[in-house]
Design a protein around this ligand. Structure first.
Ligand code: SF4
Length: 201
């Protein structure tokens, strides 16, 4: 996996002060994407264990609330194995710090692909405004790894950025179709459960 930047002390992508990893590679190609450079899977630098150590060290202070993965697309099949390895180490060292992931994929698609939900729950393409659906490419153990990653995720901000639905008053998201999802409760209850973050008025 490649990555663009590791941002420390960010307050825009999730609650509290957070560490952000902008991974490289995204196939959604949303119009007016805020970070189109990162569509390229080879953008930036190669991610190695050195960066994981940097992230784990940056997460250590008590005032750091957690980790946010964004990009690019952390849930691209080519990226999620590495994201899982980082998430596992974070939760081992800091079980009470939260993990947020921004993904252009819908939660239902990811949960179905992971085998945690029936594919009947995935909304039909024509009912959901989006550019594309999850590709068929699946590396070995992908479903298993994806299930593990989704279970380690506290909050998933899902859905592609849609310029027609852009709203600057939204908190932690750019367009109104995107949802801030409490993944622990969603997996437990078998329904999408939104996390309670009030938008600006
Ligand atoms: S999913 Fe995110 S990174 Fe990918 S094109 Fe859309 S806005 Fe850009």
């Amino acid at each position: 996996m490649y990555y663009g930047v590791i941002k420390k002390n960010d307050i825009a992508n999730g609650p509290g002060v957070r560490i952000n990893l902008f991974v490289s590679g995204c196939t959604h190609r949303c119009e007016e994407c805020f970070n189109a450079d990162t569509w390229d899977f080879n953008y930036g630098s190669e991610y190695t264990e050195k960066q994981t150590k940097e992230i784990l060290d940056a997460l250590a202070p008590d005032y750091i609330a957690g980790m946010t993965f964004l990009g690019g697309e952390p849930m691209e099949p080519a990226n999620r194995g590495t994201v899982l390895e980082i998430a596992k180490q974070i939760k081992t060292l800091y079980p009470y710090k939260t993990i947020w992931i921004y993904s252009g994929y819908l939660a239902e698609e990811l949960l179905a692909r992971a085998g945690l939900w029936s594919s009947d729950k995935v909304p039909p393409c024509e009912e959901v405004p989006r550019n594309r659906v999850l590709p068929d490419y699946s590396p070995a153990n992908d479903a298993e790894n994806l299930a593990e990653l989704l279970k380690l995720t506290d909050v998933l901000v899902d859905g592609e950025y849609m310029k027609e639905k852009k709203n600057l008053r939204l908190k932690f998201r750019g367009s109104e179709n995107q949802r801030i999802i409490d993944m622990k409760e969603t997996i437990k209850q078998g329904n999408i459960v939104l996390a309670d973050y009030k938008d600006r008025t």
